[in-house]
Design a binder for this molecule. Sequence first.
Ligand SMILES: [Zn+2]
Length: 48
Amino acid sequence: MAEGRCMKCKKNVEIKNAQEVVMKNGMKALKGVCAACGTKVFRIVGKA
Ligand SMILES: [Zn+2]
């Protein structure tokens, strides 16, 4: 289970449908939606 900080809930939440993505700057991130409210949640996990 992946966790990220939801801007709307203002706390760490479970990231639903989490997908690992690599950004242009070479950083790896998890992208998904907040399990509680459905807002997009984005979490940087480190260098790719
Ligand atoms: Zn939320």
